[in-house]
Design a protein around this ligand. Structure first.
Ligand SMILES: [Zn+2]
Length: 265
C-alpha cells in the first residue's frame, strides 16, 4: 500500500492515499488505515471525517474488537460518483460506465467505420459517453470524468504519436478533443497501461504493489506497476514490448523490422 506523509502542505496527497487505501480494501478501520499508510491516527481521522461529509466514504458496521471499542468499518460509497471508460480499438469502441467502487454499471459496443477520420471517431466516442449516461440515468453532476484507453504511443499531453495501423492518427490531440466534445475531464492512457491500472483499481492486482500486465489485443503491449506506481519510463511507454526482435530471421513486421514479438505471434 502507498505510504502517506506526515509533513504539512501535502493534504491532497494524503487524502488520495487514504481514499485509495479504503477503495482497495474490503472494508477497513481507521486504525488499520493509519498502520498501512504510516499516517498518524489524528491525520487519518481528519481526512476520513471530510470524506464522510462529502459522501465519498460510508461507515458500514464494525470490526471485532481486540480489546476496547469495536472499530468502525469504512467503505467507498459506490454511488457517490461515476466515470465513463472508453476503449478505442482501430475496429471498435467499447464504452463502460463504472461506479466509484470500479464496478461496471452499463456497457456499449460500437463498430468504427473503416477509414473513419479522427475527428469523426472522437465525436462518436463523445456521443457514446452521452448515450451510456442517459440510458443509466446518471446526472452530469455525478460524473467524475472520462477515462480513455487507446493504442499508443502517447505523449505527456495526451497526443497520439504515429500509432501503428492508424494511418491518419499521427499528432492527434485525442485527450483535448474528447474533453471538448464531452465537457468532462478526460484522462488518457495507452490501452495496455490502462488495463494494468484497471486490474490495480478493481481487479486481480488490488493488493499487489508490483506486477507486469501483458496485453494481447490488436497489438501486443504491456503495463508495469512498480512499488504501487505506474512505471512509464523515460519514453512514457516503457512496457511496450511488442516490437522487440525475438527472431532475427523471423517474418517481416509492419514497423519495418523483422521477427518482432508481435509479428511472430
Ligand atoms: Zn515490429
Amino acid at each position: 500500500m502507498q505510504q502517506g506523509t506526515n509533513l504539512p502542505k501535502v493534504g491532497s496527497y494524503n487524502r488520495s492515499v487514504v481514499l485509495e487505501t479504503i477503495q482497495a480494501s474490503d472494508g477497513i478501520s481507521r486504525v488499520r488505515i493509519a498502520a498501512m499508510t504510516g499516517l498518524t491516527a489524528q491525520t487519518v481521522s481528519v481526512i476520513v471525517r471530510r470524506l464522510l461529509e462529502e459522501g465519498l466514504v460510508v461507515e458500514d458496521g464494525s470490526a471485532p474488537s481486540r480489546g476496547g471499542k469495536r472499530p468502525t468499518i469504512l467503505r467507498v460509497s459506490a454511488e457517490a460518483g461515476y466515470a465513463v471508460g472508453v476503449h478505442f480499438d482501430p475496429k471498435a469502441l467499447s464504452c463502460v460506465l463504472a461506479d466509484l467502487a470500479g464496478r461496471p454499471v452499463a456497457r456499449l459496443h460500437l463498430p468504427v467505420r473503416p477509414g473513419a477520420r479522427p475527428d469523426g471517431v472522437v465525436r462518436q466516442m463523445a456521443r457514446a459517453a452521452r448515450r451510456i449516461l442517459r440510458e443509466a440515468g446518471v446526472a452530469d453532476g455525478k460524473v467524475l470524468g472520462v477515462g480513455l484507453a487507446c493504442p499508443g504511443p502517447l505523449d505527456e499531453d495526451g497526443v497520439m504519436v504515429s500509432p501503428p495501423r492508424l494511418a491518419h492518427w499521427d499528432r492527434v490531440p485525442i485527450r483535448a478533443l474528447l474533453r471538448e466534445y464531452t465537457g468532462f475531464p478526460v484522462t488518457v492512457d495507452n490501452d495496455a497501461t490502462a488495463a494494468a491500472i484497471g486490474e490495480r483499481w478493481a481487479g486481480i492486482a488490488r493488493s499487489t504493489p508490483s506486477f507486469a500486465y501483458l496485453y494481447l489485443g490488436t497489438g501486443i503491449g504491456g503495463g508495469l506497476f512498480l512499488d504501487n506506481q505506474v512505471y512509464r519510463g523515460r519514453s512514457l511507454n516503457a512496457a511496450e514490448f511488442g516490437h522487440m526482435t525475438v527472431d532475427p530471421q523471423g517474418p517481416g513486421c509492419y514497423c519495418g523490422n523483422r521477427g518482432c514479438v508481435e509479428a511472430v505471434c
